[in-house]
Ligand binder design. Structure first.
Ligand code: THU
Length: 128
């Protein structure tokens, strides 16, 4: 699969997942589509809660779905956030640390307007 095709497919799936965002408090819907090394795509959306801190980001929902199906190796993730616009929605700090547990420096992060590698967003990972 070419990188251009991979990016457009993943962004399309991220947009679809964004429709399911439960974001009544922030009104900021996010969708993510995660590509496993074996070629499966897992999607996620943000899920908020009246007890605000319990909310979870779209990226971590996608990772949790994939990991709980036995996947531990990943190639890329696409992220779409916000409405009426397709600006870049880079992952929050907590999601970067979460990704770093399972993804190497070259893991691709497809944003609406650009593509970055995990090492660019998270150059100094915490490891035990
Ligand atoms: N959010 C994500 O889903 N992913 C991120 O990387 C950043 C923020 C969600 C959390 C919350 O539901 C809403 O966006 C506003 O912060």
């Amino acid at each position: 699969m070419s990188e251009k095709f991979e990016k457009s497919e993943l962004l399309k799936k991220a947009r679809e997942a964004q429709q399911y965002a439960y974001c009544k408090y922030s009104e900021f819907p996010v969708g993510a589509a995660l590509l496993t090394e074996s070629g499966e795509i897992y999607t996620g959306c943000n899920i908020e809660n009246a007890s605000y801190s319990l909310g979870i980001c779209a990226e971590r929902v996608a990772f949790a779905k994939a990991i709980s199906d036995g996947h531990h190796k990943f190639k890329a993730i696409a992220i779409i956030g916000g409405i009426h616009t397709e600006k870049n929605c880079p992952p929050c700090g907590a999601c970067r640390q979460f990704m770093a547990e399972f993804c190497d420096d070259e893991f691709k992060i497809y944003l609406a307007e650009k593509t970055v590698r995990l090492k660019q967003l998270f150059p100094e990972r915490f490891v035990l």
